[in-house]
Design a protein around this ligand. Structure first.
Ligand code: CAA
Length: 259
């Protein structure tokens, strides 16, 4: 597929990188961009050589939200029956390998929601997160009211959803929305280093870890712990478990074969 609104590349043959690329609109997310993003992520997910993905934007904007110009004239039928806005937004949930959001500048509305659909967020020190939909007479529509309270708790999530204020990178890290904050010029180095660390591990164990952590947001504790236990048990059927433990015991570096 030829991409117009994203750029796609790989690093070290192992990390798939998608750069959102509508700079004049601050990477506002329209259907074409979301379709391209979904296709690129699915293609990386299906590629056995790829162990991790990164989504990033520009220095000024990761993404300033759904495209307001496109949405302005949409009707209920357009958004509900024809699924104009949420089509492909949940694609990222179905991606089984890790996806890191490397965020600089604005991550607002659907942009903030997109970062929260990723597995973790590394932010540049100029990053700003927000759910300003209330200012447009709507509410977040891509999971913001659900994922934000799970990430930062009710008080701050309500504050952001009801006032539409932005949170800077330092507050986002304090609140648990982002995992690391780094200087802007180190953002991609940091994200890539994290991705390469992940790529060194067994893809099977990495996918199982991602699935288990995500299960924590869908179940109660007992069911979640039981799910984790079964995944843990299952990993003893892999060659990578034998390799990882043998390497530790014999003081050598493990060579995982994803088997
Ligand atoms: N959609 C479409 N275009 C957008 C946009 C958006 N979400 N955000 C910015 N742009 C465009 C602007 O219209 C402007 O275009 P022109 O140069 O043609 O006028 C260009 O990007 C640059 O923007 P500004 O001149 O406004 O730049 P700024 O630095 O002064 O302000 C900003 C930056 C604070 C991010 C401001 O642009 C802004 O508030 N944007 C809207 C943010 C927003 O409300 N996002 C939520 C959208 S709704 C949503 O996402 C729904 C959902 O949950 C799925």
């Amino acid at each position: 597929m030829a991409y117009e609104l994203i750029e796609v590349r790989t690093e070290a043959g192992k990390v798939g990188i998608v750069t959102l690329n509508r700079p004049k609109q601050l990477n506002a997310l329209n259907n074409q961009l979301m379709d391209e993003l979904g296709a690129a992520l699915k293609s990386f997910d299906a590629d056995p050589a790829i162990g991790c993905m990164i989504i990033t934007g520009s220095e000024k904007a990761f993404a300033a939200g759904a495209d307001i110009g496109a949405m302005a004239s949409w009707s209920f039928k357009d958004v509900y029956k024809d699924d104009y806005i949420t089509r492909n937004w949940e694609t990222i949930r179905g991606i089984r390998k890790p996806v890191i959001a490397a965020v600089s500048g604005f991550a607002l509305g659907g942009g903030c929601e997109l970062t929260m659909m990723c597995d973790f967020i590394i932010a540049a020190d100029n990053a700003k997160f927000g759910q300003p939909e209330i200012k447009l007479g709507i509410i977040p529509g891509a999971g913001g009211t659900q994922r934000l309270p799970r990430a930062i708790g009710k008080a701050k999530a309500m504050d952001m959803a009801l006032t539409g204020r932005m949170m800077d990178a330092a507050e986002a890290e304090r609140s648990g929305l982002v995992s690391r904050v780094v200087p802007l010029d180190k953002l991609m180095d940091e994200a890539l280093a994290a991705a390469l660390v992940i790529c060194e591990f067994s893809q099977i164990a990495v996918m199982a870890a991602k699935e288990s952590v995500n299960r924590a947001f869908e179940t109660g504790l007992s069911d979640g712990v039981m799910f984790e236990r079964r995944m843990f048990h299952a990993l003893f059927a892999t060659a990578d478990q034998k390799e990882g433990m043998d390497a530790f015991v014999n003081k050598r570096k493990a060579q995982f074969r994803n088997e």
